[in-house]
Design a binder for this molecule. Structure first.
Ligand SMILES: [Zn+2]
Length: 87
């Protein structure tokens, strides 16, 4: 079996398709916008590349808010920025 079970997801900012392990998952968990490192939180989810470029695009376009159908992104962009700079 060669990676048949790897899910391909799309980055909400650049639209590129990658395996879900190469992307950061963000979920709307009861109107709390959270990073989901284990990819196991319930709720509507979206994916983004761990890159500053995609984060900037998403922040400008409000891509995460749109994808997660929320008006209140909280500090998710700050959290994502921290997550990315930790890597
Ligand atoms: Zn991207």
């Amino acid at each position: 079996m060669l990676n048949d079970d790897v899910s391909i997801r799309k980055c909400v900012a650049c639209g590129k398709h990658k395996s879900e392990f190469e992307l950061i998952k963000v979920v709307n968990n009861n109107e709390q916008i959270l990073i989901d490192p284990g990819v196991d939180l319930p709720g509507r989810g979206t994916y983004i590349c761990p890159s500053q470029e995609c984060l900037e695009i998403a922040r400008e376009e409000k891509s995460i808010e749109k994808a997660l159908k929320t008006q209140e992104p909280g500090d998710i962009y700050k959290k994502l920025m921290e997550e990315i700079s930790n890597e």
